[in-house]
Design a protein around this ligand. Sequence first.
Ligand SMILES: Cc1ncc(C[n+]2csc(CCOP(=O)(O)OP(=O)(O)O)c2C)c(N)n1
Ligand SMILES: CC(=O)[C@@H](O)[C@H](O)COP(=O)(O)O
Ligand SMILES: [Mg+2]
Length: 630
Amino acid sequence: MQMEYLPRITSPKDLEKLTASQLIRLADEIREALCGVVSDRTAHFASNLGVVELCLALHLEFDFSRDRLIWDTGHQIYPHKLITGRFASFPTIRQRGGLMGFPNPQESNYDLFMTGHAGASVSTVLGLKAGDDLAGEDRKSVAVIGDGALPSGVVFEAMNNAAELKKDMLVILNDNKMGICPRVGGLAQYLDKARSAPMYDGLKRDISRFLKSVPVVGESAKQTLSQIKDAVKGMLHGGMLFEEMGFKYIGPIDGHDLPTLRKYLAMVKKMKGPVLLHVFTNKGHGFRPACDDPVTFHAPPPFQRDAYGQIVQMKSTSSRAYTNAVSDALYKSMEKDSRVCVLTAAMCEGNKLSRIRQDFSDRFFDTGICEAHTVAFAGGMAKAGMRPVVDIYSTFLQRAFDHIFQEVCLQNLPVVFAMDRAGIAGPDGPTHHGVYDISYTRIFPHMVCMAPGDESDVSPMMDVALSLDRPVAIRYPKANVETIPRTLTPVELGKAEVISEGQDGTLVAYGSLLTSCVKAAEILREEHGLDVGIINARFAKPLDEECLLGVLEQGFVITIEEHVLAGGFGSAVLEAASQRGVSSDRLKILALPDRFVEHGERDELLAECGLSVLGIVATALEMAGREVEI
Ligand SMILES: Cc1ncc(C[n+]2csc(CCOP(=O)(O)OP(=O)(O)O)c2C)c(N)n1
Ligand SMILES: CC(=O)[C@@H](O)[C@H](O)COP(=O)(O)O
Ligand SMILES: [Mg+2]
């Protein structure tokens, strides 16, 4: 498709120069640009296709060089990027040094917060409004939130507060019946009902006003009127919940009809107090395969289209990831033990749990995007005698920190946290790197922390985890599994596995980078004549002090982990050395730096942080007092 208008949109102001039909053509061009990206890399796709008209309407009716706009989560921000001066750099999106796939204030003043976690938009928009009011700034505030993100508890905390503060703010509910998978839960059912309700734009208030004006005599008449009022309200529209919470509800309206969107945005812009505009969109709109299969096309593997727009080739994803290994181990555990339950917070697809959902439907729980609830819920299940496994991305478990503390660790309950994407998450970037979990789990009494060094550790670790009467956190990376050929030492609580011994020093890997250590040791031996041993630490808590402090007394030790330095595995070794009076002079911790690592391919980011094979070699040479020439 010839890009006629999109290259000319250097700021949202340029939209005003286009006629209605030109705007429709522009929407097509935006969709074409989105298709361009996914032709050679995985990127968020269907959600972006679905908000093109909404994005145009918002930028036409508001002035976000002044007004405030937050896209909840931020994965659907591509059309916004395309019309806010980033068309030329758009092909770099999700590549190292290129545009982020999420909002990024460093790229543009039109992006206010760097986000990637769902649910916080209503709070931040309310905060922006409260702050702007105090500063005497007259700015409109808008949050666009998906129906998948809506059930996050924090959204209701914000709405509750907004009703009290009565701030002029607009929440747009982008209802496409989907999270990554079809949305679940009571709210989903509630929103489904709204689909069959007629459009509502304030009628309820008119009726209330009318009913109040009717003269009533006596209690029974009052009661009757109130009953009539409730019945009429119930019949009228599907947004009662929001109205009862103190928001004015408008909708639902068609989110692909640009003139309608503009008309309603122009109207709600003038309304006082908190307003919720309910918009229906189709996830994947404008690209048939994505509408038909929005789950696959949420973030599809790269694919090619033919001249008719048909998909001719989609990159296959046959390689086996840690996620698959963990899911298989869970499946086996569920077969063996009827107490084992699996909990996900809306990440069934990412955590590869469809088979479990299908075959163990009574022990599979999808809570929606509600991580805090999921963990407290797991605490309840464990107390009731079950063995819940919270299968969750490391970065999203951060949402539930206090529940890990109170509902799980403080009670010493046997909840297993299977922490996926622990380490560098790659193109999603800083919001998704799971690089804090060793710290935030290790600090709590009772907690056991473990990490498989390769695939052969995965299933035995799950068995050990489920056999313990205490909380366990297992971390594993967003990476394909590898297997280190060796005679396997059984996984035993608090025991490290010595893979090889070395005269000069030892590389101690906690989890994902064990295979890099094996490769580094080979290079050190063959190219530098250094005899370096390898330990698969397996546990960060309880730590195998005897083994790890033992090697520290023999030669240099480098600990290697895909986690920030603060509070990680190396810190645990350092703490143990200090407690036991063992010198740590010859200990070096290789970990991620104290800065937010940007987006890019996992391997290139690890290399940048000194965690590639060559980075490990360089550190070992340095520790051995050798010249480093890399
Ligand atoms: C706290 C948190 N949990 C989970 C996710 C993973 N996630 C990203 S998008 C998404 C679905 C969002 O659904 P919705 O808000 O309806 O947006 P849509 O893609 O349908 O437009 C999920 C579960 C996340 N980003 N943040
Ligand atoms: C927006 C979001 O949070 C998810 O879509 C996330 O990007 C998925 O990551 P994976 O691709 O690692 O499953
Ligand atoms: Mg949705």
